[in-house]
Design a protein around this ligand. Structure first.
Ligand code: TYD
Length: 241
């Protein structure tokens, strides 16, 4: 497998072609951004941590009946992935209220609810990723109702698999964002982006301390230390399985 041309350059990631038509290389950068790319910083080692954490989680999903784009890890900051056509939607799962949802619903951060909440956002930087509903997504031609049902079900299944895995690591999975794409080889809709402390809220079950990107968003310091802690604990949890 040979690394080819750069085909996508994002803030936090690069995607390279390979000599296989249905495979690409994802490279996680040491850059982090927040608030629709307004806040930005570089953290040495963060790309490798996101790469490794995402690899653990996506591999776990692949092995438990949820198809993802992850194939295998290639190096510290790179993983081989299936090529997909992006579906510009974010399916957001909440197990506890945090972040902007607290403002939207007028409840304090940390508010507990018995049900799982699933939100849908249109992945569009110019519009600042607005919340939309299924009808909007179908109207824009982003997916069919049947495909949206599949994405919602997959998101709930991801949550049902990852919540206990994080719990085993002493970490509460508060919320997470999931993206999907159409696989170029089979056309199946599969999970197609990282799942990491950049895309989840993760709270230490013992101390309540934040272990995710909120450390950067809220200037809480020790970003790389927290991501390292998540990685070490997840690695142990997965080995115990
Ligand atoms: P959400 O409640 O939609 O937004 P906010 O960050 O304003 O509270 O986010 C829930 C989770 O999804 C949170 O862990 C951050 C993550 N997320 C992303 O990774 N990328 C995004 O573009 C958005 C909007 C959220």
């Amino acid at each position: 497998m040979t690394k080819g041309a750069l085909i996508f350059e994002g803030n936090e990631k690069q995607v390279f072609a390979t000599d296989h038509p249905d495979q690409v290389i994802f490279r996680y950068k040491d850059v982090t951004v927040a608030f629709n790319n307004v806040k930005r910083a570089r953290f040495k080692g963060k790309g490798a941590l996101d790469n490794q954490i995402s690899a653990i989680l996506l591999d776990y999903l692949n092995k438990n009946g949820v198809e993802t784009h992850y194939i295998r890890t290639l190096s510290d900051q790179e993983q081989l992935c299936r090529k997909i056509e992006i579906i510009p939607l974010q399916v957001v799962v909440h197990n506890r209220i945090a972040g902007s949802l607290a403002y939207r619903l007028g409840v304090p951060e940390g508010f507990r609810h018995a049900n799982t909440i699933v939100d849908l956002r249109y992945n569009n930087d110019d519009l600042e990723d607005p919340f939309i509903n299924r009808d909007h997504a179908v109207a824009l031609g982003l997916a069919t109702y049947q495909e949206l049902d599949g994405m919602y079900n997959a998101a709930r299944k991801v949550n049902d698999l990852l919540k206990p895995l994080f719990h085993k690591a002493g970490i509460e999975l508060v919320d997470m964002k999931i993206e999907f794409g159409r696989a170029s080889d089979t056309g199946a809709i599969i999970i197609s982006d990282e799942i990491s402390p950049d895309t989840c809220r993760l709270w230490d079950e013992a101390t309540g301390e934040r272990m995710d990107k909120d450390r950067f968003r809220l200037d809480l310091s020790r970003v790389v230390e927290s991501y390292t802690n998540v990685f070490e604990r997840l690695k142990q949890a997965i080995e115990k399985k």
